[in-house]
Design a protein around this ligand. Structure first.
Ligand code: ADP
Ligand code: AMP
Length: 213
């Protein structure tokens, strides 16, 4: 499986990617998680990326492409992968295609998640994340068992800097301007499937499995 999850921030890509990666036995590559990891560890790349991320802007293409190139060449990605949050611009998509071509591979499917904007805003506003194991919750829809504490590793949950109300609108505009053109891009390559991201996690999961099988 070589698959991309495409769609606006907060639509539920990461939540479903966790499940699909387990189900299909392929690694999930989330550029957001990889970048946040670099920020946490204060690596050179992390220090470069932090400002862009806090403002809700995209990190420059060459930085993100470098990160993905390294991962895709690793042994664990040879049997397939699930890309969550990459590509986010046309140049990133072009570079991904070149990378795949160079190893004689191609994309199997791009799943395009949709959700009305008011629902997206509710999902992002209520998101709480575990800074340690990266588990994701929602204060109303998917709360942890103990208030504010990760079920998996008992770390205190946080609200991401870029999930605060003042950043949400700008992230959605960035998506419309820079990422949404990928819908037509992948339609043109006959690999795009649209997924209704509304409703409970299990319902979305069922619709997603039907598309992937
Ligand atoms: P993305 O990876 O697309 O940014 P996430 O998977 O992190 O989105 O989901 C955004 C927020 O919505 C999280 O708080 C998550 O727990 C919650 N969420 C995900 N799927 C659903 C769903 N089907 N119904 C309600 N909330 C959901
Ligand atoms: P996400 O976790 O996917 O919502 O990503 C969080 C933030 O990381 C984004 O708002 C960007 O600043 C940055 N980011 C993640 N993936 C990319 C990408 N493919 N290209 C550029 N920036 C990215």
């Amino acid at each position: 499986m070589r698959c991309i999850f495409l769609g606006p921030p907060g639509v539920g890509k990461g939540t479903q990617a966790e499940f699909v990666a387990r189900e299909f036995g392929v690694p999930k590559l989330s550029t957001g998680d990889l970048l946040r990891d670099s920020v946490q560890k204060k690596t050179t790349l992390g220090l470069e990326a932090k400002g862009f991320m806090d403002r809700g802007e995209l990190v420059p293409d060459e930085v993100v492409i470098g990160l993905v190139r390294e991962k895709l060449r690793s042994a664990e990605c040879q049997k397939g992968f699930l890309l969550d949050g990459f590509p986010r611009t046309v140049p990133q998509a072009d570079q991904l295609e070149l990378l795949l071509q160079s190893s004689g591979n191609s994309l199997d499917r791009v799943i395009y998640f949709t959700l009305p904007k008011d629902e997206i805003v509710k999902r992002i506003s209520g998101r709480r994340s575990c800074p340690r194991c990266k588990a994701v919750y929602h204060i109303q829809a998917i709360p942890p068992k103990k208030n504010g504490i990760c079920d998996v590793c008992e770390t205190e949950l946080i609200q991401r800097n870029d999930d605060k109300p003042e950043t949400i609108e700008s992230r959605l505009s960035v998506y419309d301007e820079q990422t949404a053109p990928l819908i037509e891009y992948y339609k043109g390559k006959n690999v795009l499937s649209e997924l209704d991201g509304s409703g409970p996690v299990d319902d979305v999961q069922r619709r997603l499995l039907a598309l992937l099988s």
